[in-house]
Design a protein around this ligand. Structure first.
Ligand code: NAG
Ligand code: NAG
Length: 311
């Protein structure tokens, strides 16, 4: 009732809108009120706390900024994150949630789907399709600026995700809401083979890591994801229709990146000076190829457990 009244007041006193907007927002759980995108903080977080991922930093900050500055985007922002475990995919997806909504990842407008939880059985694909469609449609009706994060796409039974096709394109007109303002993030390890191969060849050729370009990888990742019969995107029309804005490659991390992860976590615990622990963690991670030891096989994943061990 109060909410209705304040919307009404907001409407008739538009010159003093901001006072009422504030009043309205203190008593409502509207998504426009919770939507507080802070691009500069997002960029800062990406550049300061994500190690060794120049492509990710550039693509994510650029695309998100461009998308949010556009008052009426032609299609939703759809990013698909790929790479080995421990390279920062989940970290970056939470940074997005954290810097877009006032209540961060716990915002009711950031939706996370985990296949092993939401879509465990390949026998129930038809049911999951119906559920997913009605969730996304319901969520978008409540909040056009919804963020949908699909974790572990490599574990989603094929065939489900295509139900989202109409939501991701630009031609289809649905419901009362502007579904084109939504952001979709897909996360998977599928494609790590092609990414790690390019990184290895680059390294063996003696080139700098940041000479790797997005264009060297995007098509290959799309192909690998489309071809992988165990991935949620297997023969997906979403890939075929090119509805993914960008495939974002997370490169394998080197020892110096792992050590930066360790140092940053130590600093958060107030033990910034423990270079001995940083060194010990770096030494105790597995690297591949076995001979050259270029890249950590677990990225920064096991770092916090190793810190506990050596601290
Ligand atoms: C929004 O999505 C969640 C799943 O993340 C679902 O449980 C909920 O019912 C959806 N809301 C609406 C209004 O459909
Ligand atoms: C994907 O499959 C197509 C057709 O079978 C093939 O031409 C292509 O090389 C495959 N790509 C990858 C990366 O496996």
């Amino acid at each position: 009732m109060l909410a209705v009244l304040s919307v009404f007041l907001l409407y008739i006193f538009s010159p003093v809108c901001c006072v009422f907007q504030k009043l309205y927002c203190t008593i409502s759980d509207s998504c426009d009120c919770d939507f507080k995108p802070n691009i500069r903080d997002l960029e800062w977080d990406l550049y300061k706390n994500v190690f060794g991922q120049h492509l990710v930093q550039d693509v994510v900050s650029e695309e998100v900024a461009k998308f949010l500055q556009n008052k009426s985007p032609e299609k939703p922002l759809v990013l698909s994150f790929h790479g080995s475990s421990g390279t920062g995919k989940t970290l970056v997806s939470s940074m997005l949630g954290n810097h877009l909504y006032g209540s961060a990842m716990s915002s009711p407008f950031v939706h996370q789907f985990v296949p092993t939880l939401h879509f465990p059985s390949p026998k129930r694909v038809n049911r999951y399709r119906k559920e997913l469609q009605s969730w996304v449609q319901g969520n978008l009706t409540e909040c056009a600026r919804s963020v949908f994060i699909f974790d572990e796409m490599e574990k989603m039974p094929p065939g489900i995700i295509d139900v989202l096709e109409p939501f991701l394109g630009s031609s289809h007109v649905v419901f009362r809401t502007n579904y084109r303002k939504a952001i979709y993030i897909f996360i998977s390890t599928t494609g790590e083979g092609v990414i790690n191969k390019v990184a290895l060849e680059n390294r063996q050729a003696g080139r700098e890591r940041d000479e790797i370009k997005l264009a060297d990888l995007e098509d290959a990742i799309a192909q690998a994801v489309y071809n992988d019969s165990t991935s949620g995107f297997f023969e997906s029309s979403i890939i075929k229709q090119k509805l993914i804005t960008h495939f974002v490659p997370f490169l394998p991390l080197t020892r110096s990146h792992v050590e930066r992860c360790a140092r940053s976590q130590l600093c958060q615990r107030g033990s910034c000076g423990r270079s001995d622990v940083v060194e010990a963690v770096g030494r105790n991670v597995l690297y591949s190829p076995v001979q050259e030891r270029y890249f950590s096989t677990t990225g920064c994943k096991a770092v916090s457990a190793k810190i506990n061990f050596f601290l």
